[in-house]
Design a protein around this ligand. Structure first.
Ligand SMILES: [Zn+2]
Length: 426
């Protein structure tokens, strides 16, 4: 009850006091369609640039028509859309990318690489100025590109993709729901019924656990039906490759269990068949693994005994912008600097703890918090998170973002997920 009250108060502050007056009126600036901008993020360790490839008009916008300016400011990148006539900011969202992880790998020190990226926003009625920005070390943003779009421009193409799909869960119209689109990878057409069954089972398991359990009615789930030539997925470390629809592969950046795809435009081509907020790629495999990047996509496998846990963990990254709370070597350096507060809601460097979960902690709990003295169930700030053993802190001793434990999001992750549901359904 106490926690619920807190969320209500927080949301009143977040949306009504500081944002309701500033949110642009959707119908004044946008049509019911969506605008898709494909671009390359190109670079290496300390360089990056953007090359716009195409602008498309998509049938239906699936996101919120109320919260146009994202108040959370998560992600290592963000897109800002300005109405060209008035100069008014009319849309803003944050996101992260696979490219930023590539930048921190050893290979990026002497190689340049281009990654497919896409941003989606409501289709404008009038000319707009689009800014794509990247987060700097001090948490401020720098503009990588400014790009004008005139909705009458005949170079804007219409999406030609038509695929079959099934609503696995339908609770209402897309603007008021979190719409998760599932894409199958490594399923041949003969495996259609297995795929639909796998989606149903995993959605049921995801939504029966906290914090989703209380918010089941806030979700729509759509299963896109599109098929791979081969079953399974790639294991490059064993020189095992399969021809699959979305080119998912284990061993991303040399990390055995990290299952990702670089074919992001194929993913977007299929997802854009329906209005959506979040993309989940279901890989037909019984190996343990997956991945998730904020407002990009999440992956998991169908048939491992911990697959349901992996989906909830990876969706925590891709949907709610949660950080990993564990300490482990990863093949790329995470951009967490100990002298600034990280943007992820569930970790802190204690540089600005007030902005994080300080108001949820009992006044008698010391910060940092030692598990030797206070046990494991008191909300505090326990050292070791975001892959670093020192200087980064997590809210509780354990959480589904730290260890492979089902149905165990800490109160801070729980609140972050609930906030995100509200942001999508407000
Ligand atoms: Zn947590």
């Amino acid at each position: 009850m106490k926690e619920h009250k807190l969320i209500v108060i927080l949301l009143i502050i977040l949306f009504n006091t500081s944002y309701a007056g500033e949110q642009p009126v959707y119908s004044s600036f946008f049509t019911d369609e969506a605008c898709r901008v494909d671009f390359y993020l190109i670079g290496g360790y300390d360089t990056q640039s953007i090359e716009i490839v195409q602008v498309q008009k998509i049938d239906l916008w699936g996101g919120s028509k109320t919260i146009m300016i994202d108040p959370l400011n998560y992600g290592n990148y963000r897109v800002l859309v300005y109405d060209l006539r008035s100069g008014k900011l009319i849309y803003q969202r944050g996101f992260s990318t696979l490219f930023e992880e590539w930048q921190e790998t050893k290979r990026a020190k002497d190689t340049l690489k281009a990654y497919e990226e896409t941003i989606l926003f409501p289709f404008p009625k009038f000319a707009i100025n689009v800014l794509i920005q990247s987060r700097k070390r001090d948490n401020s943003f720098e503009t990588l590109i400014e790009y004008n779009i005139n909705p009458q421009d005949d170079k804007i193409t219409s999406s030609q993709n038509e695929l079959l799909y099934k609503y696995v869960l339908k609770n209402g119209e897309p603007h008021k729901k979190v719409d998760i689109v599932f894409l199958p990878d490594g399923y041949t057409e003969e495996l259609k019924s297995k795929y639909l069954k796998d989606v149903r089972i995993h959605v049921k398991k995801l939504l029966r656990n906290s914090p989703y359990r209380k918010n089941k009615k806030d979700f729509n789930v759509i299963a896109i039906e599109t098929w791979s030539k081969n079953t399974g997925t790639d294991f490059p470390q064993f020189l095992h490759f399969e021809d699959t629809r979305f080119d998912c592969s284990f061993n991303t950046f040399g990390s055995e269990r990290y299952l990702m795809t670089e074919s992001y435009w194929k993913v977007m081509d299929a997802a854009c068949v329906v209005p959506f907020d979040q993309v989940v790629i279901l890989v037909n495999s019984n190996e343990y693994g997956g991945g998730g990047i904020y407002n990009h996509y999440a992956t998991f496998t169908s048939d491992h005994k911990m697959s349901d846990y992996v989906l909830s963990h990876e969706f925590g990254h891709s949907f709610a912008g949660l950080a990993d709370e564990y300490v482990e070597n990863i093949p790329y350096e995470e951009k967490i600097f100990l002298d600034v507060e990280p943007w992820q809601p569930n970790i802190t460097t204690l540089q600005n703890f007030k902005e994080k979960w300080a108001n949820m902690v009992e006044i008698t709990t010391p910060i940092p918090t030692s598990s030797d003295i206070f046990g494991k169930e008191i909300l505090g700030a326990y050292e070791g998170a975001g892959y670093l053993a020192k200087g980064v802190y997590r809210p509780l001793f354990n959480c589904s973002m730290r260890a492979a434990i089902r149905n165990r999001f800490c109160p801070v992750c729980t609140q972050a997920i609930r906030e995100m549901i509200l942001l999508n359904t407000y």
